[in-house]
Design a protein around this ligand. Structure first.
Ligand SMILES: [Zn+2]
Length: 282
């Protein structure tokens, strides 16, 4: 097996074709590691932007990449082909990146420039290095540690790296990787990027706004009186606003009035329900 740590930089570009913003890749950087996790080769290339030619000021400041740097570079499809050739056999390669945002952006760029085909030609096995690092360091789930904070945590010297540049970030990621690597846990962190993986990563979670949607759990449309525990009476229709359904309820025995909010959010694997009961003072 060989291990490749990939890092991308991108510009926020508005696509007239799609009618929304796209993270357009402007730089590829990567290091290849052998079985002992020593760097054996590296890859670094700018990408000529095509969706928006000029880089955002925020992007220029963050990355130190200039319009001149990318103006004469090869376009995405050429750099992708070069990179795929550099990777070699995907069956024999584990691709890693700091957080899965790089993979999401790659998928978006592949789709955009390759007739809506989301497949990344060089990825068969993948590890989210940020998630793996956090797991091994037993950091709380839900918040994401930045690469520079991870480097500080293991007392790595960041001074020799230019942060937010693709090749330097991938080199620094390799330092963080080596510091937490354990054979057994790493095996379990490897994801196979099959059709199911693409379905999962392409799925956009959404809030259900149609009350007749079959996915809705109608048993949630009720309210128990906080005071007596009996079912309260509904006194207004369910209305959808601010991502939730709302209705008013009353318990006549206790002379209480309640505003109930229920939200149904569909993710790839489940339906998340958030319910809120607030007493309204008369
Ligand atoms: Zn009551």
């Amino acid at each position: 097996m060989q291990y490749i740590i990939l890092d991308l930089e991108w510009n926020t570009a508005y696509s007239n074709k799609l009618g929304h913003f796209v993270n357009e890749i402007i730089e590829f950087g990567a290091v290849k590691l052998n079985d002992r996790f020593e760097i054996t080769e590296d890859f670094s290339s700018f990408v000529k932007p095509q969706i928006e030619k000029k880089l955002r000021t925020r992007v220029k400041n963050l990355t130190n990449i200039s319009n001149e740097d990318v103006a004469d570079a090869e376009t995405f499809d050429i750099v992708l082909e070069d990179f795929t050739n550099w990777v070699g056999d995907p069956e024999n390669t584990v691709i890693m990146s700091w957080g899965d945002m790089d993979i999401r952006v790659l998928i978006d760029n592949c789709k955009y420039f390759n007739a809506d085909d989301p497949h990344i030609p060089f990825v068969k096995y993948y590890v989210d290095l940020q998630a793996y690092f956090m797991q091994e360091k037993e950091l709380p789930k839900g918040q994401q540690i930045s690469l520079s904070n991870a480097a500080s945590l293991i007392n790595a010297d960041c001074d020799e790296f230019m942060l937010h540049r693709a090749l330097d970030d991938s080199e620094l990621s390799s330092v963080c990787f080596k510091a937490v690597y354990k054979k057994d846990s790493f095996k379990h962190a490897i994801i196979t990027c099959d059709d199911d993986y693409y379905k999962r990563i392409l799925f956009k979670p959404y809030v259900i706004s149609d009350i007749n949607d079959k996915l809705i759990d109608k048993t949630q449309f009720c309210c128990k009186c906080v005071e007596c525990g009996e079912m309260a009476d509904q006194i207004s229709d369910w209305k959808f606003s601010n991502s939730s359904f709302h209705a008013m309820f009353t318990c006549r025995d206790c002379n209480k009035k309640y505003r109930v909010s229920v939200q149904f959010k569909k993710t790839f694997s489940q339906l998340n329900i958030k319910k809120n009961v607030v007493e309204v003072k008369k």
